[in-house]
Ligand binder design. Structure first.
Ligand code: COA
Length: 461
């Protein structure tokens, strides 16, 4: 099947005109009830049809005894009935002409029930339906306000698509992104990947204008070659970040007993990811650090980064991190050093790191930052700040935001503020304004390094 055919088929998974919930429950806290509630309260605009033979009405919506009784067309059916009932309701979905099904139910391949899993895939194929799952918590697509999951409701809109093979971790990370203010285009629970897998979703999100970065939590892949072939192509267009769990020998054993996947040789994965342009993150913190930068920043036009700081210590830490992660610092030309000298006292240093010193004011930062944004020899900026009594972090954030948005040429900028409550407030403001911000210099540099790795792979530099 061609990539455009895959993307077209999955269009109805994320942009359905009508959704049926089969196994919609009358009882709060049951999965089939919470999915209907999420669909309603996240304000999905399409039609919602609860299906339950024993109920007349659920959450104010008319209930149907079978999907075959639903009057209009149904693009997506979310199935939440016990595993043994799934084949029957799935056949009815096929007869109804449903295009995509998301099977929430557990009790298939993950517990050794391989035959039952094969049976539902065969039914889906027979009727030309694509099947997500089984053994999933559902899916979210923020542009259509579709929350067909039993995870947290208030997922923030953004342009990172997050795919998770793990259920509980996926749900927990949905909540964590809300807390951290990270916006997502989609959350997809992959579960047993009996039909739709990572590679299909790469094809979809590659073509999706609402997604800029694809982030995957992965334990194993069934068809490694296909994944790598597609990833190689997609990475040229959009960054793919993968957290591949089961790196250690004991971790691999844990993977086998968790999702039944074969973790495979970790070295092979690392090499294959590198060859396909996939950015491999070690932790979810690192993955989302990178995703925030990659989803917000333009690719750099060249290798030369500069560090602007008011603290020598963080400047040195960032320099070490640049060396470690592969970010090249600009060898400062004389005339540029001269230009920076205007914004620092005589005991400052205009070399790279540019140390404006602890007495730097907001306006000194403005001058130096604007200089860096203006000069074509500077391709990216690492802006560091240690909270002092001389500068108000929130005012400094305003200055940075103003200079960044008014710059003629857009360059990647990462920011690290070290300090207390005021710095935290300032960082949140910067982040909301599209400037990725980190609590340590190392995390800021690591994110910029990911932007560079992707820019090199995709041919931007
Ligand atoms: N069509 C539609 N609805 C049906 C039905 C049918 N053929 N047969 C029964 N139902 C109704 C039930 O009456 C019930 O509604 P009610 O609560 O109003 O009575 C509802 O569907 C659910 O059925 P029930 O038998 O109560 O199952 P359950 O809600 O206890 O469990 C699952 C269903 C799918 C949630 C459960 O089997 C399961 O797999 N849980 C694990 C899910 C999970 O963790 N997934 C992975 C996450 S990462």
């Amino acid at each position: 099947m061609s990539s455009s055919e895959v993307a077209k088929q999955l269009e109805y998974l994320f942009k359905p005109e009508a959704v049926a919930v089969i196994g919609a429950s009358r009882k709060p806290k049951k999965i089939g009830y919470e999915i209907v509630r999420n669909l309603l309260e996240y304000e999905y605009q399409g039609k919602i049809y609860p299906v339950n033979p024993k109920a007349e009405e659920i959450l104010g919506l008319k209930c149907y005894k079978s999907i075959l009784d639903v009057p209009g067309r149904v693009d997506l059916a979310v199935i939440s009935v016990p595993a043994k009932l799934v084949p029957v309701v799935l056949k009815e979905c096929g007869e109804k002409g449903v295009k995509n099904v998301a099977v929430i139910s557990s009790g298939f391949g993950e517990v050794g029930n391989v035959e039952l899993e094969k049976e539902i895939v065969d039914i889906a194929r027979k009727y030309g339906m694509r099947l997500l799952g089984p053994n999933i918590f559902g899916l979210v697509y923020t542009p259509t306000r579709l929350n067909a999951s039993f995870g947290p409701r208030d997922v923030l809109p953004g342009n990172i698509a997050f795919l998770s093979q793990s259920g509980a971790l996926g749900i927990a990370l949905m909540g964590w992104t809300i807390l951290e203010g990270i916006g997502l285009s989609a959350v997809v629970s992959l579960g047993n990947k009996a039909d739709i897998d990572d590679a299909d979703l790469l094809e979809y999100f590659n073509a999706d204008p609402n997604t800029r970065v694809i982030l995957i939590y992965m334990e194993g892949i069934k068809d490694g070659r296909r994944f790598m072939d597609i990833a190689k192509k997609v990475s040229k267009n959009k960054p793919i970040i993968v957290i591949k769990a089961g790196r250690s020998e004991k971790g691999a054993k844990a993977v086998a007993s968790h999702t039944g996947s074969l973790a495979g040789s970790d070295v092979i994965y690392s090499v294959a990811f590198r060859q396909s342009g996939v950015l491999r993150a070690i932790s979810f913190e690192e993955a989302f650090d990178w995703a925030r930068a990659l989803s917000k920043l333009p690719p750099p036009k060249g290798e030369n980064a500069i560090i602007l700081t008011n603290g020598g210590g963080v400047g040195v830490l960032a320099t070490d991190a640049c060396e470690e992660y592969g970010v090249k610092l600009l060898d400062m030309p004389e005339d540029l050093m001269e230009a920076f000298r205007k914004y620092m006292p005589p005991f400052g240093s205009p070399k790279n790191p540019v140390d404006l010193t602890g007495q730097a004011s907001e306006e000194a930062y403005r001058g130096a930052f604007e200089e860096a944004l203006r000069d074509p020899r500077v391709h990216s900026v690492i802006l560091l700040y240690c909270e002092t009594i001389i500068t108000d972090p929130v005012l400094l954030a305003d200055v940075i935001i103003d200079a960044y948005h008014n710059a003629k040429e857009k360059k990647p900028v990462v920011v690290n503020f070290v300090g207390g409550e005021a710095s935290d407030k300032a960082m949140r403001k910067l982040e909301r304004e599209g400037i990725p911000t980190y609590p340590t210099p190392e995390r800021a540099v690591s994110a910029l390094a990911a932007v560079y790795r992707w820019a090199r792979y995709s041919g931007h530099i």
